[in-house]
Ligand binder design. Structure first.
Ligand code: NAX
Length: 329
């Protein structure tokens, strides 16, 4: 393939490059699923020192895949080095919750990681960098990274809730017998956790409302919990956590950030500017539309008591996480 000399390669960093999600994500990025078939990519694999050798093996396999789009592949254990001049960062690497560890312990360990990475992004990244935080607790990790990068506008820090969105869309498509690609008007409000609220109030396909076609009891009693706990269900059945579907969701998210959504809704967790009563700064899952390289929150929706109560639950959860993060860092 003849890569255009006129477009600059995009500098992409994937952290947690030796892990499960990255093992799928890196191949999707390198094959052009985000930036298309004419944009060359400089790929940097970021890992902790203990796992650099694994990342080197992954880099060898990427090289062996002979992707025409890959201009360079680097492996690094230095956030400063990796983020120098970066245009897009997938922050997948995080410390998992250990046995007997509380959520506060988890926040503390990850807060340290995302503070350091936020600072390194602030020092070296392109000012219009797109940072997608996948590593958990994703929303609060993005909140911490954004706060540590005061010279980069908050909207450049997203947390991934696209997997929750895709899971919800797939369940609904199956239930309604509608092709998943036809669904629009879906949103998963809030936090990437058990409190998340997959909301079908605005669900439509081909311009027609679908909400009334969904069995209300199924929606309230089964669907909401099933989407929120799908990760655990996958672990139970597959024996390990979601990896390829998480990578696919990360690709979808970054693709739509860069290329837009053509007017369709998607779920993005981004720093609130006060929409729907969410505290400014909290990284919250909102209905959004991608246009001209950015996501905008769909505003002005009327909320019922049912919706409001579930959204409030997420505000409270994220407020509590942010308070812990603020007290630690
Ligand atoms: P793995 O444990 O397979 O891989 C994580 C990798 O990150 C490891 O190789 C580790 O060495 C590396 N790492 C840890 N700290 C790092 C740091 N400071 N810098 C660079 N690399 C670092 O986990 P995997 O299955 O790939 O999942 C990665 C993260 O995604 C986890 O936090 C997981 O909870 C989260 N998930 C988030 C999802 C979402 O929808 N937002 C869904 C999938 C997944 O559960």
């Amino acid at each position: 393939m003849n890569l255009s000399n006129t477009t600059q390669p995009v500098n992409v960093v994937v952290s947690g490059a030796g892990g499960n999600i990255a093992y799928s994500l890196l191949w999707r990025i390198a094959s052009g699923d985000v930036w298309g078939l004419e944009r060359a990519i400089n790929l940097t694999l970021l890992e902790i020192p203990d796992a650099v050798r694994v990342a080197e093996g992954v880099a060898m396999e990427l090289a062996d895949s002979a992707f025409p789009l890959l201009s360079s592949i680097n492996v690094s254990d230095s956030a400063e080095q990796a983020f120098d001049g970066v245009n897009a960062a997938f922050l997948v690497g995080a410390k998992p919750r250990g046995k007997g560890e509380s959520r506060e312990d988890l926040l503390e360990a990850n807060g340290r990681i995302f503070t350091e990475q936020g600072r390194a992004l602030n020092a070296g990244a392109a000012r219009d960098v797109r940072v997608l935080v996948v590593g958990n607790p994703a929303n609060t990790n993005a909140y911490i990274a954004s706060k540590a990068a005061p010279d980069i506008a908050g909207e450049h820090f997203n947390a991934m809730m696209r997997l929750d969105h895709n899971r919800a869309a797939s369940q609904l498509a199956g239930k309604l017998g509608v092709p998943v690609g036809d669904l629009d008007g879906l949103v998963v409000w809030g936090n990437h956790s058990d409190t998340q609220f997959p909301d079908i109030e605005y669900l439509r396909a081909g311009g027609h409302r679908l909400t009334e076609r969904v069995d209300r009891q199924w929606y309230v009693d089964e669907f909401i919990g099933r989407v929120a706990k799908r990760g655990a269900e996958i672990i139970d059945v597959r024996g390990s956590s979601s990896a390829a579907s998480a990578a696919s969701a990360a690709v979808d998210h970054m693709h739509d950030w860069v290329n837009g959504t053509g007017g369709r809704w998607t779920t993005v967790a981004l720093p609130s500017t006060g929409e729907y009563g969410v505290d400014p700064g909290l990284v919250f899952g909102f209905p959004t539309v991608g246009l001209n390289g950015r996501f905008s929150v769909v505003e002005g929706l009327e909320l019922s008591e049912f919706q409001r109560e579930r959204i409030e639950r997420n505000i409270a959860a994220l407020r509590a996480e942010a308070a812990v993060a603020d007290s630690l860092f």
